[in-house]
Design a protein around this ligand. Structure first.
Ligand SMILES: Cc1cc2nc3c(=O)[nH]c(=O)nc-3n(C[C@H](O)[C@H](O)[C@H](O)COP(=O)(O)OP(=O)(O)OC[C@H]3O[C@@H](n4cnc5c(N)ncnc54)[C@H](O)[C@@H]3O)c2cc1C
Length: 346
């Protein structure tokens, strides 16, 4: 590519989404990743786009809320351009309520959700019996139902972006020199390099393991039960996950920790008994020290940019991360929340 306005290093969900937002605004973009698109934590299979609890509002929750609302048009446009489906659908989420305290909290949050979500989505307490046949038993007889949560297939979402970018003339290539503005979206490798160069830990990796079952739940809400996400995908598979491991030797291997998640999943949702496990997968989430996304000016490379720290909700954050980064990189307009700047982790 002769003329390049933006070079993006890293073809995970952050890098690809930023490339997409920049290309849509007319910039000439190249994406560089020696391992290929979706090679890092974005190549997984869970894909729960679920909100934070609707209370104690802050920048992070507001940003994520807006991003979840942006997801529908974002993914529709990606699919319409490249012809590859990311498996997106806003089907909501069900969370069994296990005790009286949880029930009281959930009722209180019906009110805070009304205020904070302003009619864009609902958070309601409903009887288990009215939540559909897929809904597992709950000790209180009640579940939380929210209409904001969506699901999408992470690996396919990366493929959908790659296809849409190709239509816009943007390729993902294994290596290239820096040209134009440079954005580093290199996931956990980027956090480790930054920590080593600065001599202080600005973030680290948190490994997660997940499994894919052959189970066609249909077009139903995802579940969150016993701290496990159950995500029914469009293709007749169902993802369950994940572990959260600060210490790990093998970043991409799966082990008995995943067996345990699968066992607990079967206990929580008995209808899954007998479903075949068709894939076991692990990846390392990039977690900044502040736990928030790390967006803005690169702390080391003057004049360059960083987009990292997606941690557990990188897919949910991606549509808005892409917009604020394109604002900054192309227009010099800085709409990044204070707590998301790299300084928050230095
Ligand atoms: C088990 C598991 C379940 C998850 N579930 C969900 C979920 O349900 N919902 C959700 O929103 N999020 C979820 N996440 C989190 C989400 O996957 C991450 O937040 C997201 O993938 C981070 O994206 P990224 O682009 O920053 O990093 P990555 O996807 O890791 O991408 C970084 C890329 O940089 C490349 N790279 C490395 N070094 C270089 C270099 N020097 N030059 C160029 N490229 C380089 C790598 O090859 C990689 O492709 C989950 C994560 C895991 C592990």
């Amino acid at each position: 590519m002769a003329m390049v306005d933006v070079t993006i290093r890293g073809a995970g969900i952050f890098g690809l989404s930023i490339a997409w937002a920049c290309a849509r605004r007319g910039a000439r973009v190249q994406v560089v990743d020696p391992f290929g698109p979706g090679a890092g934590s974005s190549g997984g299979l869970v894909g729960a786009l679920a909100p934070h609890v609707p209370e104690n509002w802050n920048d992070k929750k507001a940003f994520q809320f807006e991003s979840l609302l942006m997801a529908e048009p974002f993914w529709r446009q990606v699919e319409a351009t490249g012809g590859v489906s990311p498996g997106y659908a806003r089907l909501g989420r069900i969370q069994p309520i296990t005790d009286q305290h949880g029930l009281e909290l959930a009722h209180r949050r019906e009110g805070t959700a009304r205020d904070l979500w302003q009619g864009h989505a609902e958070w309601t307490v409903v009887e288990t019996a009215s939540a559909g046949s897929w809904c597992p038993p709950s000790a209180t007889g009640f579940v939380i139902h929210d209409t904001l949560s969506a699901r999408m297939h992470p690996r396919r979402a990366c493929a959908a972006l790659v296809a849409a970018l190709a239509v816009m003339g943007v390729e993902v290539i294994p290596e290239a020199l820096d040209k134009g503005a440079v954005v580093h979206a290199t996931g956990v490798a980027g956090l480790q390099e930054l920590s080593a160069s600065l001599g202080t830990v600005v973030g680290n990796g948190v490994k997660g393991q997940a499994a894919l079952l052959r189970f066609d739940a249909g077009q139903v809400p995802q579940l969150f039960a016993d701290a496990i996400h159950f995500v029914p995908h469009a293709d007749g598979t169902l993802a369950i996950g994940s572990t959260s491991e600060r210490d790990y030797d093998d970043p991409t291997g799966t082990d008995t920790a995943l067996d345990d998640v699968i066992q607990r999943a079967l206990q929580a949702v008995p209808v899954l008994h007998g479903a075949e496990v068709i894939e076991r997968w692990a990846g390392v989430r990039p977690r900044s020290k502040s736990r928030a996304p790390m967006l803005g000016n690169h702390p080391l490379h003057k004049g360059q940019f960083i987009a990292n720290g997606g941690f557990k909700i990188g897919f949910g954050m991606a549509p808005k991360v892409a917009e604020v980064m394109a604002d900054l990189v192309l227009d010099g307009r800085d709409a990044i929340p204070e707590g998301f700047r790299p300084e928050a982790s230095l």
